[in-house]
Design a protein around this ligand. Structure first.
Ligand code: V47
Ligand code: SF4
Length: 393
């Protein structure tokens, strides 16, 4: 049962939100139909007020971030032709295809020492030459060189790919990866679970049930994971809610999800964008905020809702701190996947910039570890301003 939370009804303009506010106040779980009402309302501020109240009851004014470093070791992917929303993957012989050698991984990770990185976030394509041995060698080598850095790596889709090419069970793959240094798993590969949508945007990718199955096994092994939904393409509101309901059900069962991150579809340089005639037009700010707020209200058993500033802009991520979000994707070094798909945001953010964003929203910044334990809140109040503001005073 969710925790009962008081809602300020003065802030709700849409009468359709009132019965939902009643439920939240009584600690009654929202249904998928309620979730659809939230997605359909024009009262964005009312929706935000409810999500904000629930978020404040869980996290007060605290907004967390992690000093992480994204590494994408291979963009070679056997699903290159069928994940029509993806701008990142390449066929092995295609221009721009790459697979890092271990030395390239060590070189890429080396900056972690000077940037105080606490987490490597490692994801890539489904590469026939990147099986279990490739990743166990990588994780062992990274742990040897950076024993203090957490490894969050490999989506459910990549785990299933490794199991297939190495002819192993999902469980055995996860056990071997954990022994080599895997700490947690990211949430990618979920897209939208509905079979109809999947047939259109990711025909050959593992099914929604299979994605849930991989996460269930990870949770049973004590490997915590994140989860996601890719929105803003061909999915309906009903598809979104069915997806969120599957995530909520698994969380009821295992409690293994750490965070939910809605991912805004970017239409540049991919077949789906062309088919939809949407090149250059990403999701709307209204829908971005709704996805975050509905995530907070419907996924009442997931503690952390994360906004990925690379995908929705730093400005919108800052606003989202009043729409149910308690975590910002942190200082990301050299992000590739969304920049291929037309994201115009910078590829990395400094600590000073992050602090400015969070404090500018009237919130208290906290650096966290990968399990969401707060590590640090004692930042200098007068850290140097971000470069863009340096000359403005
Ligand atoms: O599964 C691919 C998405 C995901 C596009 O767990 C696209 O902490 C938008 O899951 N437009 C991978 N999205 C990234 C991911 C992630 C990101 C940040 C944090 C975490 C976490 C997980 O990126 C893929 C897919 O859903 N994606 N192409 C695109 N054109
Ligand atoms: Fe490959 Fe993932 Fe891109 Fe699909 S979304 S083509 S699985 S890299």
């Amino acid at each position: 049962m969710p925790q009962p939370v008081a809602i300020d009804r003065q802030r709700l303009a849409d009468p359709a939100l009132l019965p939902l506010a009643d439920k939240i106040e009584r600690g009654v779980r929202l249904t998928v139909e309620d979730g659809a009402i939230l997605f359909r309302t024009g009262d964005l501020l009312g929706l935000g007020a409810m999500a904000d109240a629930v978020n404040r009851a869980k996290h007060g004014n605290l907004v967390t971030f992690a000093a992480n470093h994204h590494i994408n070791p291979t963009n070679i992917c056997i699903l290159r032709k069928t994940c029509v929303f993806c701008s990142y993957a390449r066929l092995p012989k295609e221009a721009g295809a790459y697979r890092y050698t271990m030395d390239q991984v060590w070189a890429e990770a080396a900056t972690a020492n000077s940037t105080l990185t606490r987490e490597f976030h490692i994801v890539g394509g489904l590469d026939m030459h990147a099986g279990l041995a490739y990743y166990t060698e990588m994780f062992r080598g990274l742990k040897e060189r950076h024993p203090q850095v957490h490894i969050k790596a490999l989506t459910a889709v990549e785990i299933a790919h490794i199991a297939r090419i190495d002819k192993m069970t999902i469980r055995d793959v996860l056990v071997a990866l954990r022994e080599a240094g895997l700490d947690t798993m990211p949430g990618g590969g979920a897209e939208v679970f509905s079979p109809g949508v999947r047939a259109t945007i990711a025909e050959k990718k593992l099914s929604g049930e299979e994605y849930i199955g991989v996460h269930r096994i990870a949770h049973e092994l004590g490997i915590r994971t994140n989860t996601t939904m890719l929105y803003g393409h061909v999915e309906s509101i009903e598809d979104r809610m069915a997806h969120l309901a599957m995530l909520r059900d698994l969380q009821d069962e295992t409690g293994g999800f750490l965070a939910y991150i809605p991912l805004a579809y970017h239409p540049d340089n991919n077949e789906l964008g062309e088919t939809l005639g949407r090149t250059g037009t990403a999701t709307t700010g209204f829908d971005d905020l709704k996805n975050l707020a509905v995530g907070r209200l419907f996924l009442d058993n997931v503690e952390h809702i994360k906004s990925h500033w690379i995908m929705v802009s730093t400005a919108l991520s800052q606003a989202s701190l009043h729409f149910g979000v308690n975590d910002l994707e942190g200082t990301v070094v050299r992000e590739k996947i969304y920049h291929e798909a037309g994201a115009h945001t910078a590829q990395a953010m400094t600590l000073a910039e992050l602090l400015r964003l969070i404090r500018g929203a009237g919130k208290v910044p906290a650096e966290r570890d990968s399990f969401y334990h707060v590590i640090r809140t004692d930042f200098e109040p007068d850290l140097p301003a971000a470069p863009a503001l340096a000359g403005a005073a």
